[in-house]
Ligand binder design. Structure first.
Ligand SMILES: Cc1cc2nc3c(=O)[nH]c(=O)nc-3n(C[C@H](O)[C@H](O)[C@H](O)COP(=O)(O)OP(=O)(O)OC[C@H]3O[C@@H](n4cnc5c(N)ncnc54)[C@H](O)[C@@H]3O)c2cc1C
Length: 389
């Protein structure tokens, strides 16, 4: 029998999305191939790394420094890469639907599709610029920079969302505009439904950041939800209108709407419910990790650090299912260290209720971020040559 016929007999493992967990799955499969045919489906060929997004927006990082090249990683893993958008899933038939009409069959499935900002506020989808998907945000951000060059003297920019991503995005965008439009007056306003910044962190982190933003002239509208958005203006919950030239939307994450039609067990917000083995609580052939997944009984903020940490356990559990061996639980830390750049050569660390800001922390963050990207850019050459031969 030909080697290809043998390969056809192997189970089909389908990885949906090239997020922070699946890049680690692919790396580990490159180092130690599983007895499966692996296919990864991604809407993007370059996977953005969340830790470097603010630097990309600020213009301090180049595109390739903040992204992982999926075709090279897939080749390293011996996986087929399908460049397409997933639009549906039928777990009973073991099939996934793509936007271009194709269908892919699987024996074992893993989802690492991330989440997008909640655009359910009336008018937000039409008039705001959501921070995700990152590739679309980045393209719009570039054209916005050009549009603002030719705009009249005073500019009004608004950000909706007072979590870590909203604050980092505002600081990075402000840094970029100061460089691109020197001398231009730009009025920044940040709106947040929560009464304090970074509600998922200790109080001190939020108050340090509020102090930094106020010092840089940012108007904070805390405890002030946006009621609706129209072209060039938004209405807040107190009935006040606020005019803007650009509106950046960084509110709490929501999952893809089509997940509700799959029959998978979901949490009340529509994220896939998984157990400690990262396995769907309703469908044993389905796994999920990162922002798209909610660990049953252990809710946590949606942050890239968790998606990164789930990568290793996810890879080993997928391998165990294929080999028919025992699965291991993923142990989630209750506290996690967040490092937020403050766009002035410093970074703020937040760990539980503790918080501190310094230049040394910015160097530590840069080192962690660089090391992460290098892990996927500098793949071991011995394995590379095995793939090439
Ligand atoms: C400005 C900003 C800064 C942030 N900074 C940090 C930080 O410093 N630290 C931190 O921990 N978190 C940070 N976050 C949060 C972080 O971005 C997310 O928690 C993280 O990206 C989640 O990782 P993931 O692997 O689950 O999903 P993602 O990183 O979103 O990856 C999902 C991938 O799946 C692909 N995909 C999605 N849908 C489809 C589809 N239908 N078909 C095919 N492919 C699809 C996408 O193209 C994407 O590449 C930040 C977020 C923002 C917006």
């Amino acid at each position: 029998m030909s080697p290809n016929a043998d390969k056809e007999k192997l189970p089909q493992l389908l990885l949906l999305g090239g997020g922070h967990s699946h890049v680690e799955v692919l790396r580990r499969f490159g180092l130690q191939p599983p007895a499966a045919r692996v296919t990864v489906v991604s809407r993007e060929l370059w996977a953005p790394y969340s830790g470097m997004l603010p630097g990309l927006i600020a213009g301090t990082h180049r595109f390739a420094q903040a992204h992982i090249e999926l075709p090279a990683l897939a080749r390293f893993a011996g996986a087929r890469l399908v460049h397409a958008e997933v639009t549906g899933l039928d777990p009973h038939a073991g099939r996934v639907r793509l936007r271009d009409g194709r269908q892919l069959r699987y024996d074992l499935l893993s989802l690492n599709l991330g989440a997008t900002p909640d655009l359910s506020t009336p008018g937000a989808a039409a008039h705001a610029l959501p921070v995700k998907p990152i590739d679309r945000f980045f393209a719009h951000w570039q054209s916005l920079l050009q549009r603002l060059q030719g705009a009249p003297a005073g500019l009004r920019l608004a950000v909706v969302g007072g979590g870590a991503a909203g604050v980092e995005l505002l600081l990075a965008a402000r840094q970029r505009l100061r460089r691109e439009l020197p001398g231009r007056r730009v009025a920044w306003t940040l709106f947040s439904r929560a009464r304090r910044l970074l509600p998922g962190h200790g109080r001190r982190a939020g108050s340090i950041l509020a102090g930094i933003l106020r010092k840089r002239g940012v108007r904070l509208r805390l405890g002030c939800a946006v009621h609706s958005v129209e072209a060039g203006r938004l209405l807040d919950q107190t009935g006040c209108w606020h005019a803007f030239d650009a509106l950046l939307w960084v509110t709490g994450a929501v999952p893809a709407g089509w997940l509700r039609r799959t029959g998978l067990a979901l949490d009340p917000k529509g994220f896939i419910e998984v157990d400690t083995e990262l396995r769907s609580t309703s469908h044993p052939a389905v796994f999920a990790a990162g922002d798209v997944a909610t660990l049953r009984g252990a809710p946590r903020p949606r942050a890239g650090v968790f998606a990164v940490r789930m990568g290793g356990p996810l890879a080993e559990n997928l391998r165990a299912v294929i080999a028919g061996t025992a699965l291991r639980p993923y142990r989630q830390q209750r506290r996690f260290l967040s490092l937020l750049g403050t766009a002035d050569g410093q970074a703020l660390a937040s760990w539980g209720g503790w918080s501190y800001r310094s230049r040394g922390l910015a160097r530590l963050k840069a080192w962690i971020d660089r090391r992460f990207i290098q892990r996927y850019a500098e793949l071991p050459s011995s394995v590379r040559s095995r793939q090439d031969s």
